[in-house]
Design a protein around this ligand. Structure first.
Ligand SMILES: [Zn+2]
Length: 479
């Protein structure tokens, strides 16, 4: 069913796919993974904007779709980039910039609190509604892992094959190892030199404008902090996330990454990897302003980018809305569901005013209603969850008569749940009348009318049927 809420032109990629998640099918067919982990990385330098929330929601919804369509176990991994620069100072003599990361500025506990503050409610909400587990890993923990450091040392042995891909303008890889005394590191690393390199370790000499020269050893067994420029960091991350026979990693990225990924690919090729062993990437729609430029909070704060639309404050900082609008996460899921409903809608960009319009259009159906939970037997639950059953039948208890079009219904069976929205409600005086007027294949595609009538009368005895019966047409949103 095509969603007329959004109009999108065709594209080469959309033309090749029936469904958005079909992009994963070739890799699944080729590698036959036992599990798929959707990895979403976010800089934690301040409150998230809508674009960030959309990428994160895409990861959860993809994980959910893939689990159901391909019957493969899935989860989400959130990479918190706590190595973003928090402070930059210039050496008073050379004017060279030195930087200190969020991790070094705030320390582990405050970083943990920052992630909790900005993301915990949001991720828990997404996890609850999609039933997908997630874990959080900071860059600080990531770079300390043995496989990260082994891969980094391996890349140093091939640095001449990859340095132009990592740093196309000057061939200089930025390897930032903070000063052990003050934790500042040279931003451009032009005074950092590799002194010794073996199969197990690398010895670097770096320079601090305040504390002079210092020597650091990077190996799987040392804890000297290793901060790399963005392309290099992604090369190491993707190299260690290559297919191990069990887990396929899918990097979920904002659409602006499309351009930069060529460099990552070339560097991975330089390291000798075959592209089909490597993780795949799924690019989420990019949110742009009226000029077509990516929505940038820092440019807007500086006054060099404008947003002319109404009601736009929350778009730049969604953390308040996550806490005050109990429906925000569901609205966002509905939005991303709209975007994923057709590959033409997914593999493109959206202006923030268009996103706002789509979310508002969804809200109109939903306003004033809360999610209502309905318990249901396993066999019917399965039919709803896999989209085969789109009409639920109930008897006319007063609580059921309150259900109306636009309301969200959550079907729950043990630990599983499936969120739906009510499209239509129709009352009848008896099951016979209901089955005469409704498409019984939408109630249960596997049984005849006679079988269904007898089955439903076992569930709802005659005195209940006298209350009247209700057909509730639903559309699945997520499960
Ligand atoms: Zn220092």
């Amino acid at each position: 069913m095509k969603n007329q809420l959004i109009i999108s032109p065709n594209t080469v990629l959309a033309n090749s796919l029936l469904n958005t998640i079909d992009l994963l099918r070739p890799r699944i067919a080729y590698l036959k993974p036992k599990k798929i982990v959707f990895v979403v990385g976010t800089q934690i330098n301040g409150a998230p904007h809508l674009g960030t929330n959309i990428v994160q929601t895409v990861a959860f919804l993809l994980a959910n779709e893939v689990r159901h369509k391909f019957s493969i176990d899935t989860s989400v991994k959130f990479g918190a980039l706590d190595n973003a620069p928090k402070e930059i100072v210039n050496d008073p003599f050379s004017i060279k910039p030195y930087q200190r990361t969020y991790f070094h500025y705030f320390g582990e506990q405050k970083i943990h609190d920052l992630i909790e503050d900005f993301y915990k409610v949001f991720f828990n909400g997404l996890s609850d509604l999609t039933n997908i587990e997630y874990e959080v890993e900071t860059y600080t923990k990531h770079q300390l892992q043995q496989n990260f450091r082994v891969e980094f040392i391996n890349s140093l042995h091939k640095i001449n094959d990859i340095k132009w891909f990592i740093s196309p303008s000057n061939g200089m890889a930025h390897i930032r190892i903070p000063c052990p005394k003050c934790n500042f590191a040279e931003k451009h690393c032009d005074q950092t030199t590799l002194e010794e390199l073996s199969a197990e370790n690398a010895i670097f000499k770096s320079y601090c404008y305040e504390h002079g020269e210092y020597i650091s050893e990077i190996s799987p067994y040392t804890d000297a902090y290793l901060d790399l420029n963005t392309i290099y960091r992604n090369v190491i991350k993707e190299a260690i996330s290559r297919f191990d026979g069990e887990i396929l990693y899918v990097m979920v990225k904002g659409g602006d990454w499309v351009f930069g990924c060529q460099l990552v690919d070339w560097a991975l090729g330089g390291l000798g990897y075959n592209i089909n062993q490597l993780p795949m990437r799924f690019f989420a729609p990019q949110i742009v302003v009226e000029t077509g430029a990516k929505l940038s909070k820092s440019l807007i704060n500086q006054g060099s980018m404008e947003m002319s639309g109404q009601r736009n404050d929350w778009i730049l900082d969604t953390s308040g809305r996550v806490k005050t609008d109990e429906n925000y996460i569901e609205n966002l899921i509905k939005l991303v569901d709209n975007l994923m409903s057709d590959p033409k809608h997914f593999f493109r960009s959206y202006s923030y005013t268009e996103i706002d319009r789509i979310m508002e259009a969804n809200l109109v159906q939903k306003r004033n209603f809360k999610v209502r939970t309905l318990r249901i037997f396993r066999k019917y639950y399965q039919l709803i969850a896999n989209g085969e059953k789109t009409i639920e039948v109930r008897v006319g208890y007063s609580s059921m008569k309150n259900i109306s079009t636009g309301q969200y219904l959550k079907f729950v069976c043990q630990d599983d749940e499936c969120l739906t929205v009510v499209k239509r409600v129709q009352e009848y005086s008896s099951f016979d009348e209901l089955f005469k007027n409704e498409d019984c294949k939408k109630i249960n595609p596997h049984l005849s009318i006679e079988e269904q009538t007898s089955e439903i009368r076992k569930i709802f005895p005659n005195e209940k049927e006298k209350l009247g019966v209700i057909a509730i047409e639903i559309e699945k949103i997520s499960n």
